[in-house]
Design a protein around this ligand. Structure first.
Ligand SMILES: Cc1ncc(COP(=O)(O)O)c(C=O)c1O
Length: 470
């Protein structure tokens, strides 16, 4: 390939990216993928001789970009899926060109990862000792932290290996709340904790973990000869945005020699918002935290983080060495703190670039923007006679119902199909209700108005259909 061909194509791609992101809010949130295109994408079918470099941009423009999930659009409210931060988009391209692996060797990107991990820990309000690694997302961060917790607990009892390990592993018990993300159950399964030894603790009326019920469950398990080793709390539950105050849960963990892991995949930096800060009381004393910069900070996917207040415990779990990978014993490579060896540098540079552009004040402003938008949506719901707000928050998730509607799932699907706004549903005390999550820096009150208008006009259409059938 001629170098000028590469340069020209790169410039075209960069121009296309800028225009695409600029125009995104004026188009539909998403569009249905035509059946023929779906078939073509699924069929594979690479050519024998290869194609032109410029075919890549054409393909992305025609076959992929028009059919996104929709999370780049400011009227997208489903799940906790952000648009990409502009600084992150640029950084991903640059890091891809450098193409360093943040798992081995000594190089600048790996030091940058160490630096952004410290920045994240400080933003979250964790202890100064905190270290950790960037991950593909919250699921992987939960897995790493739970694996570290299990290893630490067994090592404390001299049960890392041999018959002691066999005897202890089958008695380990973990605890989480009813609102816990399903990735915690997956992580438990991977580290050998079956569902029957993952206790799901009831929640209070505020949807927080019931701490006396937690203490009682641990007491009962100890009495039965089991080994309670870890509690997983929520700093921003996925269904309703509830926060488990860390302080009393850590106290229960300390009293029982257990690890406290907090899943703050999307709410982990919430202590920065004065209105939420009290709910994050005691965050500096937890043992580990999951944070997903690809959620509330809008770093392009996938960028999560596993933060551990004693990073030596992560290394104890994952620091398996080999003769072909001998790094500096005193400054271990990042692969000694995680499952991955070859790891992308895109995460570190994209996170650094996003934090660099925002600054600490910018991070707080961003979270406060989400809070203001959620407050506006709650107000609109409360004011509308057809809508009913359900207890939710304090983080920016809004759960609500439409009165006299047969199926909220059908209503959400109809909103999605019209393409002007997009939201999803959630199970709320056994009922399917509407749920809107706010995590887009471009979302304004006009987008929330559009969402409400869409819901109401479709509910009226549903009424008419029911009447004419009726
Ligand atoms: C609380 C919580 N934990 C973990 C996850 C999983 O994160 P990821 O999708 O980045 O793997 C999510 C995803 O929404 C979440 O809300």
């Amino acid at each position: 390939m001629h170098p000028r061909g590469f340069r020209d194509e790169l410039v075209s791609a960069a121009q296309w990216v800028a225009e695409y992101l600029e125009q995104l809010p004026s188009g539909p949130v998403t569009r249905p993928l035509p059946a023929a295109l779906r078939e073509r994408l699924r069929a594979g079918g690479m050519s024998e001789q290869g194609g032109d470099l410029f075919g890549v941009l054409d393909f992305a423009e025609e076959s992929l970009a028009p059919y996104p999930t929709g999370n780049g659009h400011p009227a997208f409210f489903a799940w906790i899926n952000s648009p990409p931060a502009p600084a992150g988009v640029i950084a991903e391209l640059l890091a891809t060109a450098i193409n360093a692996t943040c798992g081995m060797g000594e190089h600048a990107l790996m030091d940058l990862e160490r630096g952004v991990i410290s920045d994240l820990a400080r933003l979250a309000g964790l202890a100064d000792s905190t270290g950790g690694v960037l991950t593909s997302g919250g699921s992987m961060a939960n897995l790493l932290c739970l694996a570290a917790a299990r290893h630490w607990f067994l090592a404390e009892r001299g049960a890392e290996d041999g018959p002691e390990y066999d005897a202890a592993q089958s008695r380990l018990v973990a605890y989480c709340g009813e609102q816990t993300h399903m990735s915690v159950a997956k992580a438990c399964a991977v580290i050998g904790i079956p569902r029957s030894r993952l206790r799901v603790i009831a929640t209070t009326a505020e949807r927080c973990m019931d701490v006396p019920a937690l203490a009682e469950a641990i007491r009962a398990d100890l009495e039965a000869g089991l080994l309670p080793f870890c509690v997983v709390s929520n700093l921003g539950s996925t269904p309703t945005g509830a926060v488990d105050i860390p302080e009393p849960i850590t106290a229960v963990c300390r009293a029982n020699g257990m690890w406290h892991h907090a899943d703050g995949a999307w709410g982990g930096l919430g202590a920065r918002v004065p209105r939420w800060a009290d709910a994050f009381r005691g965050i500096a004393e937890i043992d580990s935290l999951t944070v997903d910069p690809h959620k509330t900070l809008s770093v392009p996917v996938g960028c999560g983080a596993a933060l551990v207040t004693d990073p030596g415990r992560l290394r104890a779990a994952f620091g398996v060495r080999a003769s072909y990978l001998e790094g500096n014993e005193n400054l271990p490579w990042m692969s000694e703190y995680t499952f991955e060896l070859t790891r992308p540098g895109t995460r570190a540079l994209a996170l650094w670039a996003t934090l660099h552009q925002l600054g600490r004040a910018g991070v707080t402003n961003l979270l406060e923007h989400y809070d203001r938008m959620a407050a506006y949506l709650r107000e609109r719901v409360e004011q509308h006679p057809r809508l009913r707000l359900l207890p939710c928050g304090p983080l920016p998730v809004v759960c609500f119902q439409v009165r006299d509607i047969d199926s909220h799932a059908d209503l959400a699907a109809a909103v999605q199909a019209r393409g002007r706004a997009y939201l999803a549903t959630v199970d709320y005390d056994g009922e399917t209700v509407l749920r809107a999550c706010i995590c887009n820096h471009r979302t304004g009150t006009a987008h929330i108005d559009t969402l409400i208008d869409e819901i109401i006009s479709l509910a009226e259409e549903f009424d008419q259909t029911a009447t004419s059938r009726g």
